[in-house]
Design a protein around this ligand. Sequence first.
Ligand SMILES: [Zn+2]
Length: 101
Amino acid sequence: MFLNKVLVSLEEALMSTLADYGRMLLGRRCTCKEKPGLAGTPIHYTDHVSGWKVDGIENRQELTVVCPKCGFLWSFAILGIAGKATLEERRAEEKRRFYSK
Ligand SMILES: [Zn+2]
């Protein structure tokens, strides 16, 4: 039980903020004609059980950015940014959200 609490605290300490996720966009570009960089574009986030953990937000979030040139909606999954829930993590999130209250 104690170890469980320590691990949860460590996970919280390592949790990424939206600013951290913004830095993960450095070097990533849209594939449209002008190939603009995606870093610095606003990150859109919405509740999703398979999403990323974000510091300061209780539920996992789906993270996306919009190309400033062509408007394509890029999901962080397609961009290959780590942190999307594994199947096991998704099940834990579903359990926490829907079955433990
Ligand atoms: Zn584009």
